[in-house]
Design a protein around this ligand. Structure first.
Ligand code: ZN
Length: 148
C-alpha cells in the first residue's frame, strides 16, 4: 500500500457510509493504521476520540467536515472529495489545518497523516463523533477563517 492508498483508506472512512463500499470492521481498520503509523500517533488519535474531541459538522445539504479540539487549539479536518469521473479516486485528498500536517505531511513528507485526521477517521468508524448541524452562515465563517 502506498501513500495514495493510505489517503484513500482514510478518506473512505471519513466519508459517509454510502460512498464507503469496503465494509471492513474496526479491528481490521485499526490494524492497518498500526501498520502505517507510529504507535504514538495512533494512541494520540484514540485519545482524542476518547475525550470526545471529534466534532462532525454536517450541512443540511449533506456535506460534512470535522472539528478536532486539540490541546493547543482546534483544527479542521476535510474528508477529501471523491472523484465523480474516476470511482475510487479523489479530486482532493483529505487534509487537516494543523501545523503538523502542513510541515510533516505536505512539506517534509516525514509523516503520512496527522493525529487529527486519524482521530476523525477512527471516530467516524466507531460512530463516536459529536454530531452537529451547521447552516450556510457558519460554513462561510469556517471557510473565511481558513483563508485568513
Ligand atoms: Zn492535524
Amino acid at each position: 500500500m502506498d501513500r495514495s492508498e493510505v489517503q484513500r483508506m482514510l478518506s473512505a472512512a471519513l466519508n459517509p457510509p454510502d460512498v464507503d463500499s469496503e465494509e471492513d470492521d474496526f479491528e481490521e481498520f485499526l490494524e492497518k493504521l498500526r501498520f502505517f503509523f507510529s504507535e504514538n500517533l495512533v494512541l494520540a488519535a484514540l485519545d482524542l476520540v476518547d475525550r470526545e474531541n471529534v466534532i462532525r459538522l454536517s450541512t443540511p445539504w449533506g456535506y460534512s467536515h470535522f472539528e478536532i479540539l486539540g490541546s493547543t487549539g482546534s483544527y479542521t479536518v476535510f474528508p477529501g472529495f471523491p472523484s465523480t469521473r474516476e470511482p475510487g479516486k479523489y479530486d482532493s485528498p483529505p487534509f487537516c489545518t494543523c501545523p503538523a500536517f502542513a510541515y510533516a505531511v505536505l512539506l517534509s513528507k516525514s509523516e503520512l497523516m496527522c493525529k487529527h485526521l486519524l482521530a476523525a477517521a477512527i471516530a467516524r468508524k466507531l460512530s463516536q463523533c459529536v454530531e452537529r448541524t451547521i447552516g450556510k452562515a457558519e460554513l462561510t465563517e469556517v471557510s473565511s477563517r481558513q483563508c485568513s
